[in-house]
Design a protein around this ligand. Structure first.
Ligand SMILES: NC(=O)C1=CN([C@@H]2O[C@H](COP(=O)(O)OP(=O)(O)OC[C@H]3O[C@@H](n4cnc5c(N)ncnc54)[C@H](O)[C@@H]3O)[C@@H](O)[C@H]2O)C=CC1
Ligand SMILES: O=C(O)[C@@H]1CCC=N1
Length: 272
């Protein structure tokens, strides 16, 4: 079995790294990437074969598009003669199956996936959508690949992928943002960078591990930290006063809206 990645950037690296750690062999993965330095790095890190976009694609069971949404139309059109019956998987934010299908001359076997970068350490969260034209074997291949890099869910409605993009696709960035803020808070308390990092990172790791292993939901776990009249209560009150919870919900909503907008922008090219 061979999977060819079109684009060897951040998300492809995370997926390939996770797949290799989970038992996919380097011989099963090929990457098409125009940047020679990235090609060298991918071969050195994971042993996978790489080629530039001018070279013909190897025969593959699956072709996974991992280029920017704005690049996908040109890249897909340039490769449409070389799909050769492979399952096409796209991870491009916003781009709808129907749009990509048209760029590939009405190609039917397409799965739209939204992964995230913790795939690199096999802790990814992916959502996948397939039309009824995608058969059980293609779903099985997609599921096997995504299960190798973390958890995955299938969604029935393609529009749910915009929501998944807003929560788990972009979500690691929200978490890193909070980690940056907690480190900055530690620095503000007078700790040096190393201790500030350790305090923030281990607090996240510990809280997440506890939440995953606990019967309690997150709100209950939070209440267990929060003593009446104590320190946490003061901090949570400050977060609520600043509407941090509402802001996080609004931020995710903005991300989902951007995903839908990327979809709309790409369909305009079909109208001309
Ligand atoms: N970074 C993330 O956390 C996530 C990204 N995505 C999606 O993954 C896709 C890639 O995103 P990133 O990896 O972050 O971007 P990136 O910019 O790191 O990677 C894109 C790669 O495509 C390459 N490329 C450009 N033209 C090409 C061509 N003609 N043929 C082959 N490769 C070409 C670029 O050199 C670059 O290495 C996007 O569509 C994005 O929406 C989806 C989920 C999460
Ligand atoms: O920011 C983006 O558009 C991509 C999609 C989800 C994460 N990164």
């Amino acid at each position: 079995m061979k999977i060819t990645f079109i684009g060897g950037g951040n998300m492809a690296i995370a997926m390939i790294g996770g797949m290799i750690r989970q038992g996919f062999t380097a011989a099963q993965i090929h990457v098409v990437e125009p940047d020679a330095l990235k090609r060298e790095q991918l071969s050195a890190d994971f042993g996978v074969s790489c080629s530039d976009p001018e070279t013909a694609l190897p025969q593959s069971e699956a072709i996974l598009f991992a280029v920017k949404p704005q690049q996908l139309q040109a890249v897909a059109k340039s490769l449409r003669q070389q799909i050769n019956g492979a399952l096409v998987i796209s991870i491009a934010a916003g781009i709808r199956v129907e749009t990509l299908s048209q760029w590939l001359d009405a190609y039917p076997r397409i799965v739209r996936v939204m992964p995230n970068t913790p795939a690199l350490v096999q802790e990814g969260m992916s959502g996948a959508y397939a039309t009824s034209e995608v058969n059980a074997a293609d779903r099985e291949l997609t599921g096997r690949m995504l299960a190798a890099i973390g958890e995955m869910v299938w969604v029935e409605k393609e529009s749910d992928i915009d929501g998944i993009t807003a929560i788990s696709g972009s979500g690691p960035a929200y978490v890193f943002y909070f980690m940056e803020a907690l480190q900055a808070a530690a620095r503000a308390q007078g700790f040096g960078p190393e201790i500030a990092r350790k305090l923030a990172y281990q607090t996240f790791a510990g809280a997440v591990k506890l939440a995953l292993q606990s019967e309690d939901d997150a709100a209950t776990l939070r209440q267990k930290v929060t003593s009446k009249g104590g320190t946490t209560e003061r901090a949570i009150n400050a977060l609520e006063t600043s509407q941090v919870r509402t802001t996080i919900i609004a931020a995710a909503s903005a991300a989902a809206a951007r995903s839908r907008e990327l979809g709309e922008e790409s369909t305009r090219s079909l109208e001309v």
